[in-house]
Design a protein around this ligand. Sequence first.
Ligand code: GLC
Length: 717
Amino acid sequence: MITRYRFGTPIETDTVPRKPDPATGPVRHLAVHLPGEPVTASEQEKPGGEAVNPSRGEAGPAANKQADKLFFTCPLREADIVYGLGEQMGGINKRNAVYTSRCMDNDLHTEDRRSLYSAHNFLVVHDTARGGRTFGAFVDCAGIVTFDVGETRRDELVITLDDPDADLYLIEGADPADVVRQFRQLIGQSYIPPKWAFGYQQSRWGYRTEEDFRDVAERYRTARIPLDALYMDIDYMDDYESFTVSPERFPHFDQLVSEMRAQGVHLVPIIDAGIKVKPGYRVYDEGVAQNRFCKDEKGEDFVCGVWPGHCHFVDVLDPDNRRWFGEQYRALLDRGIDGFWNDMNEPSIFYTEERLAEAYALVDELRNGELDLTTYFAMKDAFGALSNNPADYRLFYHTVNGRRVRHDKVHNLYGYNLSRAAGEAFERLSPDKRILLFSRSSMIGMHRVSGIWTGDNMAWWSHLRLAVCQMPNIQMCGFLYTGSDLGGFGSDTDEELMVRWLEFAAFVPLMRNHSASPRAQELDCFTCTDTMRRIVELRYALIPYLYSEFVKAALAGDLYFKPLSFVYGDNGRTERVEDQLMVGESIMIAPVVEQNARGRYVYLPEPMRMVRFRALDDYDVADLAAGDHWVDLALNELAIFIRPGHLVPLAQPAQTTRDMDFTHLRVLANVGAGETAAYTLYDDDGYTRAIDVPEHFHTVTVENGAASCPTKHMELF
Ligand code: GLC
């Protein structure tokens, strides 16, 4: 059951396409009592003078102290687990930390980061003690929200809204999976990319010319490593102007696109949010002439510095501007491009002239003296605080329904609406063909038109482990198409980390190797390229299953990656497992995320069949009982654990998904003698927009030691 509580007059976010019946709102009582809870002490003042009172000031002194904020509190019991909050740092269980939804360009994802690039304001509190409560909370608002999940007080969840105008949805359900399903019904169907986006994708901030792209494609072909896409980072642009292509470095761009296309390789350009201030640049000229940009205090187009130098931001909160921005993609769609990644759309601000002036003034003041402890740090901080400074987000304005709104009040809506502009445009500009789109910044709601990637991670083991934990929580918030930069974006990777990361990424929807580190990270740059090729081939073999599970999850509002407890419930163990995931209905994975490990303990909630691959045609099989097992996993070994009575269809890999044969499949099975198992395989042409049509669903059966399917050639693996 979902109940909406409305506080004040929230700005429409469009995160929820259809509002449910607001049965209980508007709510004016002091504390919101979450389901199953007795009246809490939350009407009192908290230590430190913080009010926990959502009444907006007209009530008591506690409220007056923080009249501009709204608080929700809920006791946390020892047995409670908290899921959700999307791409935030930390584990699958979000307890004992504080997270803030403030979309931020963060280049260092250290453990103490409270915000990354997105605002995913949904969490599930689940009491794992028998008969315990389970509920979800979704804070639907444009402002900054902080979730103190038992960090300040171990036994309390406090949600703080900087802006008291919001909708709070409370979702009661039987268990976390049920709550997530209801939430996903509420927010609408997840974005489904084309099938080629499930292939291996190579990126690097450093490919600068046509020749660089030809070279990488050629090297992958020579090394026989499958490849479906190459990414074009900012250097393809003319002077960092979004929607342009450098005529010097890409004199034959159209030819490059078609050459790549002939090989089955898609070029995926980056689009940056900041529009360069440069008369003569069409997007700039048109934007100025048509009044498309955010304004400063004086009503002039707001200027700040990002990659291209001085930039304007399109006011994408206005539907007409959104449409105009979306139309800009036509320039590249018309040249044969069918995938994009939207970046810097938090929006990231490197500096403003205001902040620079302050820093320079300080330098002028201090330049002739000797720096002491205070002045040294003051100077260092003045420059360190230039980027993404909260003060700069108060310098510009949007027009929302004819009303001027300061950016910081609606900050979290920006990246969402910029990518929404693109996604909605693709439905118009490419009605017959799905376009690949993912974004760095996001908010729930954007999941209907785009995927996300998790930004600038590092080649650290802790970030591989982080990626494992982020995946299910991101998907709970609706973003099924997601992935982290494989191998790590910053700092040099090493061969072992790269292999282990590939072994995990083989199951991740967005399998993209992207980096900016000095060490080259293309798979042919390592001594164990053969191992890497075999892992990528295994990924391609799994695509029928992965794609099928992905689309079915999108249609059903289900998860593709699940924590174990979402399938098996709690048994005192399942709910505490943070380094194993269910992938679709048939498989569990237990990736190695530790340096120098040559195996790991794996917990099996039920008996499973382990298939340990060294290559598609080199593997061993073991039927393992429920419980804990030490599993040897040499660097070149990737294991999958198949649930009893379940099937995994496999295809023969090829150099690209385009070259694969999806009509002749083999099926891996964990089916005992005399037993029967069935699997519903979703398959389509890979780009059609019509998904939910009966012909796309195929029934695969394994019976008496043989596999069959009325619509595909099927044999047992
Ligand atoms: C940002 C992106 C990164 C990209 C870089 C240059 O840091 O997160 O992926 O390579 O900008 O465009």
